[in-house]
Design a protein. Structure first.
Length: 271
């Protein structure tokens, strides 16, 4: 009998095509009883047990990690289990190397996005603090102003994953940082960040395609309502919604001039 099959040991059990994180509940000469993290009890005869069916869980998967590129077990079950472990602790952000994975908590987490969090992450480089959307925003801001490199943040996910909120949080961080910049007058500082945002290609354009027939394609472009006040030279207020509308108009013109010319019924595009 394998020595890791002791009561309380953490293992992976293969059930059909998936691996389930489980705990050894009982092990004797005849049977091995496992309880999965999802409450299912699996009873196996010792004759069925082998290294392909049941194998030990690596310590990195047991405790969870902030950066999943450091996981010793690189399979789908280990990744999902790590995200689940962190989600249970309200740790909704996890790094995958230079990529940030976010799980929508569907609730407010106290202190996660307050002014103190903005201040802390603005004073550290990427990787020095636990994963956070502000860490990404801080790195973008640092590269934008200190290295003079254009920045692009790609936010991807299914409907309801939190793409819009993530974009708002990125812009919130940039707006706060722009107000706290040093070395130049306030009006000059805010104007610079205004122009950077206005000239950026916003991620907040969503394309929904619905093919009704072989010949007609309807495209709807939705612009979520977003307001981010930024002070300009003359004391006026710009809002990112205006910027999005400008970008949307440009996108409409591009589609009208090029892509739509290939469609049989370009008039099927609604705006």
């Amino acid at each position: 009998m394998d020595t890791f099959f002791v009561e309380g040991a953490r293992v992976w059990v293969r059930d059909k095509e998936q691996l389930l994180p489980s705990t050894v509940s009982c092990c004797d000469d005849r049977t091995l009883i496992l309880t999965t993290d999802y409450g299912e009890v699996i009873t196996l005869d010792q004759g069925e047990v082998n290294r392909l069916k049941v194998f030990p869980m690596h310590p990195s998967s047991i405790s969870g990690v902030e950066d999943m590129s450091t996981l010793a077990e690189l399979h789908e079950a280990a990744i999902l289990h790590n995200l689940f472990l962190r989600y249970q602790k309200d740790l909704i952000y996890t790094n995958i190397g230079s990529i940030l994975a976010a799980v929508n908590p569907y609730k407010k987490i106290p202190g996660l996005y307050d002014a103190e969090a903005v201040d802390v992450y603005s004073r550290h480089h990427l990787g020095e603090l636990p994963p956070h959307i502000f860490a990404v925003a801080s790195e973008c801001y640092r590269c934008l102003w200190k290295r003079h490199d254009s920045q692009c943040v790609l936010i991807s996910g299914e409907s309801g994953a939190g793409k819009t909120e993530s974009t708002k949080l990125l812009l919130k961080f940039l707006s706060v940082k722009s107000q706290n910049s040093t070395g130049s007058p306030l009006s000059e500082r805010t104007t610079r960040v205004e122009q950077a945002i206005i000239q950026s290609r916003s991620c907040m354009l969503y394309h929904t395609f619905s093919v009704l027939t072989d010949d007609v394609v309807f495209l709807s472009i939705l612009t979520p309502s977003l307001s981010l006040p930024l002070q300009s030279n003359n004391g006026g207020i710009w809002k990112c919604k205006n910027c999005l509308q400008q970008q949307l108009q440009s996108l409409w013109q591009v589609h009208s001039a090029s892509l739509l010319s290939e469609w049989k019924y370009p008039g099927g595009m609604y705006y």
